[in-house]
Design a protein around this ligand. Structure first.
Ligand SMILES: Cc1cc2nc3c(=O)[nH]c(=O)nc-3n(C[C@H](O)[C@H](O)[C@H](O)COP(=O)(O)O)c2cc1C
Length: 350
């Protein structure tokens, strides 16, 4: 099968007109952005990690008011409870105070209840869901299958790809280390070691599993999309390349930093959440070094710091996720970005 035919087969199955998936981005996937991508023929997306049932229902209602297109709802499979270390927590509190922020309370619940989120996702009835940091429990997968909801599972290694395919995933979101945001290793302790690139992982996993592969990480224009399809992917998932679009509503300091960031200006860091993630290097990422608390304690501890920095436009302390291809991101409407990617890729593949 040619790369183009493979992409079109994926589009047919997932209800799309072009093989571009908006990366679901917790805290950064407003309905307007998802609707623009869906209206252009791609898959819109919601990163629902920090949203409870009412917020999920409201997002879906707003999306459906704007677009008849396809969309996915994503959430994170919960990690085991973090180990507590009073001395490390005290050191992080002191570091936060030295950077002018009160340490956030280290008391849960840190995110909305997972079972309630799962129920809200089923109630919303999206055509597609996606997981990251693990696989959905078998009972939830059975509910998806019964409703005909397709499941894209994010994976960062061949072993995770095999595990997700065996658990019933309909497609694998194969994430290279170039990607912006969190490294979705199933075991947080393995995230730093599982640093395969998009170029290395996509053909390896496409050969090894029978379900379609959605390549993610460092894909920001038609060349990247064509390369991903040539490597064996059926579609590409893009995150950073959408963050400068007007529909994303990204904090202007963050959006400008993305436009300027070279690959070496991004860093894998646990400084904001405690889970390894790619962000723009800053005074805060450098100051934390290896001292971050485990997820989600670091996220809770840095809550006041992140909030104050975002309000003040303080790039030194703001949470600014970005992938290595950040400088290719364009400040243009999301529908145009996605359509141009497919036009350019089609030309290259022809
Ligand atoms: C701001 C931001 C938030 C993200 N949040 C999530 C998330 O909640 N769940 C998820 O599966 N992926 C998340 N991602 C990953 C994206 O969905 C996508 O796979 C990734 O951005 C692709 O790499 P790229 O940034 O190089 O395009 C996030 C990425 C960014 C940049």
């Amino acid at each position: 099968m040619t790369p183009r035919a493979r992409a079109l087969a994926f589009c047919e199955r997932f209800g799309l007109r072009l093989p571009v998936v908006m990366g679901p981005m917790a805290g950064a996937s407003p309905p307007a952005l998802a609707a623009a991508v869906a209206d252009a023929g791609g898959l819109g997306g919601l990163g629902a990690l920090q949203m409870g049932p009412a917020a999920i229902a409201a997002w879906v209602a707003e999306f459906r008011g704007r677009s008849n297109g396809a969309f996915q709802i994503n959430t994170w499979i919960p990690d085991p409870a973090p180990a507590r270390d009073a001395a490390a927590e005290a050191r992080m509190a002191a570091l936060l105070e030295a950077h002018g922020a009160a340490p956030g309370a280290l008391e849960g619940p840190f995110v909305p209840d997972f079972d309630a989120q799962c129920a809200a996702i089923l109630a919303a009835g999206p055509p597609v869901v996606s997981s990251i940091m693990g696989v959905w429990p078998a009972a939830f997968v059975a509910e998806l299958k019964a409703r005909g909801i397709l499941w894209i599972a994010a994976v960062t290694s061949l072993a995770e790809a095999r595990q997700a395919a065996a658990a019933g995933a309909d497609a694998l979101g194969v994430a290279g280390v170039e990607a912006g945001g969190h490294r979705g290793a199933f075991d947080a302790g393995k995230a730093a070691g599982q640093g395969g690139t998009t170029f290395a992982l996509v053909p390896l996993i496409a050969d090894a599993v029978s379900v379609p592969v959605v390549a993610s990480g460092g894909i920001a224009d038609g060349r990247g999309l064509a390369a991903a399809l040539a490597l064996g992917a059926s579609a590409a998932q893009i995150g950073t390349a959408l963050l400068r679009t007007p529909e994303a509503g990204t904090n202007p300091v963050w959006a400008e930093a993305i436009g300027r960031a070279l690959p070496e200006d991004t860093v894998q860091t646990r400084a904001f959440s405690g889970r390894l993630a790619r962000a723009i290097r800053s005074e805060w990422t450098e100051a934390v070094g290896d001292a971050a608390l485990p997820y989600p304690l670091q996220r809770a501890a840095t809550g006041p710091l992140r909030e104050a920095a975002a309000k003040a436009g303080d790039a030194g302390h703001m949470q600014m996720w970005a992938g290595q291809a950040a400088s290719l991101a364009r400040a243009e409407p999301a529908g145009e970005v996605v359509q141009r990617m497919w036009e350019e890729a089609s030309g290259i593949l022809a």
